[in-house]
Design a protein around this ligand. Sequence first.
Ligand SMILES: C[S@@+](CC[C@H](N)C(=O)[O-])C[C@H]1O[C@@H](n2cnc3c(N)ncnc32)[C@H](O)[C@@H]1O
Length: 268
Amino acid sequence: MKRHEFLRELHKASGNRNYLEIGVNDGRSLRLSRVPTIAVDPAFKVVTEIRCDVHLVRATSDDFFARDNPLVHLRGGRHPLRNLRRGRSPLGYWRRTVLDLAFIDGMHLFEYALRDFMNIERHSDWTSVIVFDDMLPRNVDEAARDRHTSAWTGDVYKIAEILGRYRPDLVTVLVDTRPTGQLVVFGADPRSTVLRERYDEIVAEYEVPDPQKVPETILDRAGALAPEALLQSGFWRPLARARSLGIRRSRGWEPLRTAVEGVAGRRS
Ligand SMILES: C[S@@+](CC[C@H](N)C(=O)[O-])C[C@H]1O[C@@H](n2cnc3c(N)ncnc32)[C@H](O)[C@@H]1O
């Protein structure tokens, strides 16, 4: 299954009510969204019809997240009075906006993708689904930090190992999509400070000069799950239901964790 096909199915399976995309380029992944969306890219050049209510932001993701209210577009209106006039609850304006689905596909260096995850997680919770692109480079050249190939994953594949080491509380599933795989993350915890506290240490360890030593398990895709297996799992419906009912993490996360790990066979 190709990566955009997987994303299209993920939009359906996850039952997301909003969407954040980091890295837009010409809009081929953005066009899959049908829900209120924010899309961030300092150099987007959208050439395809977009079929959702989208706020396109021409900025780097770091600059975007440094704003006061980066997700204001996803709130129930821009101002409480405007909400009242439209017959919506004014409380929507103040309520914390939680991301349901996020796609990280911006700068292909692991430290950028890690910061994107840290920033997104602050606006997520245990029902959020966060996807990284380009997690299975096909060769060492493609995985170089210093780009010298036309198809380029960079070294973002390191994210799977970093989250496994520093955030064992999350469940990560490597998915064998074409051409270069994706990582789906479940169980986000906006209160977690581990990555922020250990960011410098992580960067110091993982930022190494080319050529990168890409693990064999990444190159041969041994630990990656077939995308169909993840999409057809039975946990999506309860996940979407828990989200819409506002079920708390203390009640909902452990059953979801067990279900996702069951499907993934703890492969990643
Ligand atoms: C691989 S493309 C995105 C492709 C798109 N998601 C898709 O699947 O069709 C990567 C994009 O990330 C953007 N980008 C580079 N650095 C970025 C940054 N710091 N923040 C956000 N986007 C960035 C680039 O301008 C480029 O358009």
